[in-house]
Design a protein around this ligand. Structure first.
Ligand code: FES
Length: 123
């Protein structure tokens, strides 16, 4: 990995992932595996009164995947279910201040794991 390809914010999320790990008492768990590279995101969310109040993730993947999962946990907290459903990978990339162009596709893990977690809520 070429560190210089990454901006300061993305690099910080990779080196110091926010909200990493499992979430005891999670309302739902979503997973997504990139079929091309095999990288995996497991997303835990806790929902109270229709709003996400906590999110954590465990990511086995590239630097971009780890940074995106970290950003995702920040972006999800405080959102309603509907707002979370509309979260797109481009927003995750923006939250990181951008990613190297050839790594932007890695942000799809965050979007897909979110959808899987929301499906698992059994609303
Ligand atoms: S290379 Fe697999 S998600 Fe980045």
């Amino acid at each position: 990995m070429a560190f210089e390809e990454y901006g300061a914010r993305a690099l910080d999320h990779f080196l110091n992932p926010r909200n990493a790990g499992e979430l005891p008492g999670a309302s739902a768990v979503g997973t997504y595996t990139n079929p091309v590279c095999g990288d995996l995101v497991k997303l835990f969310i806790k929902v109270e009164e229709g709003r996400i109040v906590a999110a954590r993730s465990k990511t086995f993947g590239c630097a971009a995947a780890i940074a995106c999962s970290s950003a995702l946990t920040e972006l999800l907290v405080g959102r309603t279910i509907d707002e979370a459903l509309h979260l797109r990978n481009e927003e995750v990339v923006r939250h990181l201040g951008g990613l190297p162009a050839h790594k932007e596709k890695c942000s799809l893990l965050a979007e897909q794991a979110t959808r899987d977690a929301l499906r698992a809520l059994h609303l």
